[in-house]
Design a binder for this molecule. Structure first.
Ligand SMILES: [Zn+2]
Length: 372
């Protein structure tokens, strides 16, 4: 499914949640309960999807590509192709999701009040746990879920929306790097508190969320350190001057051998000192399948490639690779080709481990409360 040019994917394990909702209601109310369970679970997840679309559409408004939205049993995740460029962008993108739930809650509140009156709606909300599969229950369920989705996601704990809001607000004064450090510390303290609460009250789901927040915050802090370190290195310095180069008439099978032996994931294709194109691992592998190993590299290479100036930082290179969804970027000094930056060059400059740099928005844990 596609909405506003964004792929909407539903993870297979999602079926478990549907089955769970159907069983929970079906156990007490038979077939009618099963139908209600399926319908209400689908609607709850539509609210999560709208939340993610809120993030995504504001991000797209700022020119940030949105790869896809995936619905997992624990909530939705919108994958952004780049990080917000300014604190204001991060603030508005992060707020947009919870605000969608605020708007939905207001709509269900208004509708519920008009239909049931204030007393009727109050009783419906108090009865959620022990009520029957009726429209009244559904309205109460959706109202409650959206309030919880909004409030829960606004807890100021990275990587949740509220934590991003906190970081953005701190960034206005302190800069992104220090703001991330502080927000990550706040998040880990909150996560420990959440975990203690979860243990004390035997709330398994909250315990899992606390762990996700704790490690997620650690990753945000580590990512930021990586960004700080990549910013200090120029792309022109990072390229490998001894990298293997292929010719247009190199055979695919020889290119594959070179790939295995050199560990390079992409090759420049040069002819008499001029860059003709670039061929990356995936292109080589699919060319081997399509043309056979006896085909030529010229048929597999890309003639359109992302480029960056030698003076730009590795962080700029990484961002451009992310935006163009490319495993490499061509580094040039004016007209002169210098080399490629790939994951390998990025990793080399990140002490020890490779950092998967992707801005992703995880949210929507709150609704699980209803299924405890
Ligand atoms: Zn969100």
């Amino acid at each position: 499914m596609r909405v506003a040019g964004i792929d909407i994917k539903v993870h297979v394990t999602f079926a478990l949640i549907l089955a769970f909702g159907a069983m929970q209601w079906g156990a007490a109310f038979g077939l009618r309960g099963v139908a209600f369970g399926l319908f209400s679970t689908t609607l709850l997840f539509s609210c999560v999807l709208l939340h993610e679309l809120g993030h995504s559409l504001v991000a797209k408004g700022y020119g940030i590509p949105v790869r896809e939205i995936t619905l997992w049993p624990f909530g939705g995740v919108a994958q952004l192709g780049a990080k917000p460029k300014t604190p204001k962008e991060e603030l508005l993108i992060s707020l947009a999701g919870p605000m969608v739930n605020v708007v939905l809650a207001v709509l269900f509140l208004g509708g519920g009040l008009l239909w049931l009156g204030s007393d009727g709606l109050r009783y419906a909300l108090m009865d959620i746990g022990k009520s029957t599969p009726t429209l009244r229950t559904l309205v109460a369920l959706l109202l409650g879920s959206n309030v919880i989705l909004a409030l829960f996601n606004l807890i100021p704990a990275l990587p949740m929306d509220g934590g991003r809001v906190l970081r953005a607000l701190l960034s206005f004064k302190l800069g992104h790097s220090r703001a991330t450090g502080i927000a990550a510390t706040v998040a880990r303290v909150l996560a420990v508190g959440m975990f203690a609460f979860a243990v004390a009250f035997g709330h398994l789901m909250l315990g899992i969320i606390a762990a996700v927040v704790f490690f997620g915050a650690g990753r945000e802090a580590a990512d930021q350190k990586a960004v700080d370190s990549l910013q200090t290195v120029r792309a022109g310095v990072a390229v490998n001057p001894h990298a293997l180069v292929l010719g247009p008439a190199t055979l695919i099978q020889d290119a594959l051998k070179a790939m295995v032996q050199s560990g390079q994931s992409a090759f420049a294709v040069m002819h008499y000192g001029r860059l003709l194109g670039v061929v990356a691992r995936d292109a080589l592998l699919s060319a081997a399948g399509l043309q056979g190993p006896g085909g030529y590299v010229a048929g597999a290479m890309q003639r359109q490639y992302p480029m960056i100036d030698a003076q730009a930082s590795l962080e700029d290179a990484r961002q451009k690779m992310n935006e163009s969804i490319s495993p490499y970027i061509v580094v040039s000094d004016g007209e002169r080709y210098l080399g490629l930056v790939t994951e390998l060059e990025l990793t080399r400059h990140l002490v020890g481990t490779a950092q998967q740099q992707q801005a992703s928005m995880a949210s929507g844990f709150g609704w699980l409360k209803f299924f405890r």
